[in-house]
Design a protein around this ligand. Sequence first.
Ligand SMILES: NC(=O)c1ccc[n+]([C@@H]2O[C@H](COP(=O)([O-])OP(=O)(O)OC[C@H]3O[C@@H](n4cnc5c(N)ncnc54)[C@H](O)[C@@H]3O)[C@@H](O)[C@H]2O)c1
Length: 219
Amino acid sequence: MIRVAVAGAAGRMGQTVCAAVEGAEDMELTGRADPALDTAVADVLGDADVLVDFTQPGQAAANAVEALAAGVHVVIGTSGWSDTALREAVSGAPGNVFVAANFAIGAVLMMRFAAEASKVMDRAEIVELHHPGKLDAPSGTAARTAEMMEGDVPIHSVRLPGLVADQEVILGDVAQTLTIRHVTTDRTSFMPGVVLAIRGVAELPEPFTVGLEHLLWRS
Ligand SMILES: NC(=O)c1ccc[n+]([C@@H]2O[C@H](COP(=O)([O-])OP(=O)(O)OC[C@H]3O[C@@H](n4cnc5c(N)ncnc54)[C@H](O)[C@@H]3O)[C@@H](O)[C@H]2O)c1
């Protein structure tokens, strides 16, 4: 059994992750850390093999450093933070870190297809659309997509009720456009990817890995 603790357990994503872990036959949910539950990350590390972090941009790296120091592997879904300090902290630490801007398989494919299309089409722009509770803009997915694409790709952020997490990549060339669009209708869209990351993080060949594609297409 993989013992899993969740940071941000009272949040929108954290609650969904707790339910997914409880539903996985090979996992045990050993801790729920969240200021809203009066439980600190330090309180849940003793019983965990893996810490899953869906918190806030200013919290994720510090939570991960704490987990690594306790020999706990870390899966991070939180977006909008810089990974420079954490990359340094992970070298020589007794644990691995896995980070994904987006755990939905459709989003991973969207990023891959957009990167491919940008090699041959003239220009592209990204429109990312999220629920109004999202703290960071542009989204981590949009930033990562732009990074993977060729050329300078502007990003437009939309925040409206009724949305979960959508993105359109629009590519333009002579007398034509190509739109690659990913739509989520529920946060369960991210759970197969999160469960895959929890299962895979301990065995990763590198101590710091970014992107679900590394777990999906390893062979
Ligand atoms: N990678 C992905 O696939 C993916 C998908 C959706 C959302 N996200 C990202 O996940 C993060 C969480 O999103 P959300 O909608 O669940 O937010 P949310 O605001 O609903 O939940 C965040 C929770 O973290 C808690 N928290 C704050 N500081 C903490 C700390 N130090 N330790 C433990 N818990 C702490 C808060 O009290 C809150 O309950 C955001 O950064 C969002 O962009 C990523």
